[in-house]
Design a protein around this ligand. Structure first.
Ligand code: 5GP
Ligand code: MN
Length: 346
C-alpha cells in the first residue's frame, strides 16, 4: 500500500481520543471548498460507521456543486443556525478540526472553538499551524487534507469503515486541491489512494463533472467577459490581473463560486508566472492569487493583502475601493517582481 508518513505518537493519541468519544463535532474553515467539505464528510462517514454521534459544522455556506456530496444535506451551517452550531462545537467529546491552521479561519465560530473544552485533533496541510490541539497532524507537503485524512484513517486501522460515500468525499477533496490532478500532484502515492477510493465505489467521472464542469450560462458569460475585457498582462513583471467590480458582477447575476478557477486562466499564457484576481465584495476587495513553480503567492498575499495560503495558491483582502486595490498592486509591481518573481525565473 502506501508508505508510513505519520508519527506513531500522534496516531496513538488520536486513537485514544476517538475510542473514548461518543459525541464528535467536525469543523472546517470559512467559505469551505471541496477539500474542507470532502474531508469533513468523509470523517463523519467513518466516525458514524463506528457508532459515534457526529455532526459536521461549517462557519458559512459552501458552493452548490458540493451539495451533491454524500452527507452534505446534514451539515450544520453556522450562518443559518449559529447557536446550534456553537453548542455543537462546545458540547462534544471530541472536536475534529480539518483543513485550517489557525482559529481565525473558522470565522464566526472562532469564539466557540476557543471556548470549547473538548479535546481537539487538527488534521491539516497548511503551513504554520497555530491552533492549540491535543493532537496536531500537520503535513503541508501533502496535496490535500482529504489525502492526509485517508492516511490517518488507515493508520487508525479504520480503512474498512470507509464506504462508497466516504471514498467519494475523500476523492472530491483530493480532486479539488490538485485542480483535478493538474497541480500539486507529483506524489505517486496520490494515485494509489485514488485507486483504493475507486475500488470502494467512488465515481471519478461523476465527480469530475459535478466539481469541474457544471456552470450556469451567466457564469460562462462572466468568465468569458473577464478574460476578453478585463485581463491585464504585465509582461515585464510576468504577472496578470483580472479585477471585477460589483457592477460587472451584477451584470452577469453573479453568485458565489461563479469566478472559481478564473484566477488560474492567465497562467496558461507562456511567461505569466503569477496571476491576481480581485473581486469587489460588500465590505472589501477579495484577492486571490495563483503562481507557478517557486513563486510564492503566499508571501505576496501576506505582505500586500493581509492574507496567506499556500506557495502556489493564496488569498487575502484589501480595504478600500477596487480602483485603490488595483493601484496598490500596480504601484508595488516592480517591488513584487524584484522580491518574489525574478529570483524564481530560470
Ligand atoms: P482562494 O484563492 O481559493 O480563495 O484561496 C486559496 C488559498 O489561499 C486557500 O486555500 C487558503 O488556504 C488561502 N487563503 C485564501 N484567503 C486567505 C486569507 O485571507 N488568509 C489566509 N491566511 N489564507 C487565505
Ligand atoms: Mn485543503
Amino acid at each position: 500500500m502506501i508508505s508510513q508518513q505519520l508519527e506513531e505518537k500522534s496516531i496513538r493519541k488520536a486513537k485514544a481520543l476517538v475510542d473514548s468519544a461518543e459525541k464528535v463535532t467536525v469543523i472546517c474553515h470559512t467559505s469551505p471548498d471541496g477539500d474542507a467539505i470532502g474531508s469533513s464528510l468523509a470523517a463523519a462517514q467513518v466516525l458514524g460507521a463506528l457508532g459515534k454521534d457526529v455532526h459536521v459544522v461549517v462557519p458559512d455556506s459552501f458552493l452548490s456543486n458540493l451539495s451533491a456530496l454524500p452527507g452534505a444535506k446534514e451539515i450544520v451551517d453556522a450562518a443559518k443556525y449559529f447557536d446550534f452550531a456553537c453548542s455543537l462545537v462546545k458540547d462534544c467529546d471530541l472536536l475534529l478540526c480539518l483543513d485550517f491552521n489557525e482559529p481565525g479561519r473558522v470565522g464566526r465560530l472562532k469564539e466557540a472553538l476557543l471556548a470549547s473544552e473538548a479535546p481537539k485533533i487538527l488534521i491539516d496541510h497548511h503551513l504554520n499551524p497555530q491552533l492549540e490541539a491535543d493532537v496536531l497532524i500537520s503535513h503541508p507537503e501533502m496535496a490535500a487534507t482529504a489525502y492526509l485524512l485517508f492516511r490517518v484513517i488507515c493508520r487508525l486501522e479504520l480503512f474498512n469503515f470507509i464506504d462508497r460515500r466516504g471514498a467519494e468525499c475523500i476523492l472530491a477533496g483530493m480532486m479539488t486541491d490538485t485542480g483535478n490532478f493538474s497541480y500539486n500532484c507529483s506524489d505517486p502515492e496520490l494515485y494509489i489512494v485514488v485507486a483504493e477510493l475507486m475500488r470502494k465505489g467512488a465515481d471519478k467521472e461523476k465527480l469530475n463533472r459535478q466539481l469541474f464542469n457544471t456552470f450556469s450560462a451567466n457564469c460562462l458569460r462572466l468568465n468569458a467577459y473577464a478574460v476578453f475585457k478585463k485581463m491585464e498582462i504585465f509582461k515585464e513583471q510576468h504577472m496578470a490581473l483580472i479585477a471585477l467590480s460589483r457592477d460587472e458582477l451584477n451584470r452577469f447575476h453573479y453568485t458565489r463560486g461563479d469566478t472559481e478557477g478564473l484566477v488560474n486562466r492567465p497562467l496558461a499564457i507562456p511567461g505569466v508566472e503569477a496571476s491576481v484576481f480581485m473581486r469587489q465584495e460588500s465590505d472589501c476587495i477579495r484577492v486571490s492569487m495563483r503562481s507557478l513553480g517557486d513563486v510564492s503567492v503566499k508571501d505576496i498575499c501576506s505582505e500586500y493583502f493581509n492574507g496567506g495560503g499556500h506557495v502556489n495558491a493564496a488569498g487575502g483582502e484589501f480595504r478600500g475601493t477596487l480602483d485603490e486595490a488595483v493601484e496598490h498592486l500596480r504601484s508595488n509591481l516592480p517591488q513584487i517582481y524584484k522580491r518574489f518573481i525574478a529570483p524564481c525565473l530560470k
